[in-house]
Design a protein around this ligand. Structure first.
Ligand SMILES: [Zn+2]
Length: 297
């Protein structure tokens, strides 16, 4: 049995695990970070390697936020949350002198790959809802990268004309309405006192706080339309929603499933299912491991 190290770099933590897709993960852990810098990230990678180096690992897969130019795997474009990441290849964070094959992809692409594999779907869309909105598209069982590696940036599809400012520099993107950060920004902009509360607290307060509920509902309704657009465009077997905010129940998967179908052309309505990620917060790590297996390291 060949085992791989999967690493999923997120907005506030590194998740990692060792295993394979058949037997699952033999270990899984999360390292949280506050400091967003090259030296802090390099230090976390060294810690991960120290913890797993005794296991017989055949290769390392890394899921990274940001836009990766493929096939070289270099991060390009604006990265407002991690500006030092631009121009970097995520494997450069690994300790020097590791004699192992390494592959990288966008974190949401890897979530989509893992979930499509788990659900046995040849055509699937994965969407992650967290501090941003990630998306990955799997076609014929493989991640679809587009011509340059930039495909599936659904978070930056413009859903509202002249809408809210997005981190990417455009206005009205899906991410500017449906991500957790954008909900906080809109609460603050409206002078509502909730923006600094934890996400579980925000979700709990919806039942009694109408204005808060309206902001979250707006995020959900725009996400539902984006899901419908993706289904209309790609005709997937499944749209799989994951990420920390979906796990905590920020948006209601049943409602997404039911309402998205209302925006679809007649023939699509009965076919595509929207479901929650089966791997939960381990999807990115598992996707990184599957990527290694596919490369036959
Ligand atoms: Zn945007």
């Amino acid at each position: 049995m060949k085992r791989y190290l999967g690493i999923d770099i997120g907005a506030s933590s590194f998740k990692y695990g060792v295993g394979d897709s058949k037997h699952g993960l033999q270990c899984f852990d999360t390292i949280w970070f506050q400091e967003k810098s090259l030296s802090a990230f390099t230090e976390i990678m060294a810690q991960i390697w120290e913890r797993v180096q005794d296991q017989e690992i055949c290769g390392i897969g890394i899921g990274s936020p940001g836009t990766l130019r493929m096939p070289e795997g270099k991060i390009v474009g604006l990265n407002p949350n991690l500006p030092f990441f631009t121009g970097l290849s995520p494997q450069e964070l690994l300790p020097q002198g590791l004699d192992l094959p390494v592959c990288v992809d966008n974190d949401a692409n890897l979530m989509a790959l893992a979930e499509a594999n788990l659900q046995n779907c040849s055509v699937a869309v994965g969407i992650t809802v967290g501090s941003g909105i990630g998306c990955g598209i799997v076609i014929d069982g493989k991640v679809y990268h587009g011509a340059h590696g930039f495909a599936a940036e659904a978070g930056h599809c413009i859903m509202v004309c002249e809408g809210e400012k997005c981190n990417c520099g455009q206005n009205g993107c899906l991410e500017a309405y449906s991500s957790v950060d954008s909900i906080r920004r809109r609460l603050q902009k409206r002078g509502l006192p909730y923006h600094a509360l934890s996400l579980p607290r925000l979700i709990a307060l919806r039942a009694t706080e109408k204005e808060l509920d309206a902001v979250i509902c707006e995020g959900e309704n725009i996400l539902i339309r984006a899901v419908a657009n993706l289904i209309t465009l790609l005709d997937p077997q499944m749209v799989i929603l994951g990420g920390g905010a979906m796990e905590l129940g920020l948006y209601d998967i049943q409602r997404i499933n039911k309402l998205a179908s209302q925006y679809l052309p007649e023939a699509h309505r009965q076919e595509t299912v929207c479901t929650l990620a089966g791997y939960g917060n381990r999807a990115g790590v598992m996707g990184a491991i599957i990527m290694c297996e596919r490369r036959a390291f």
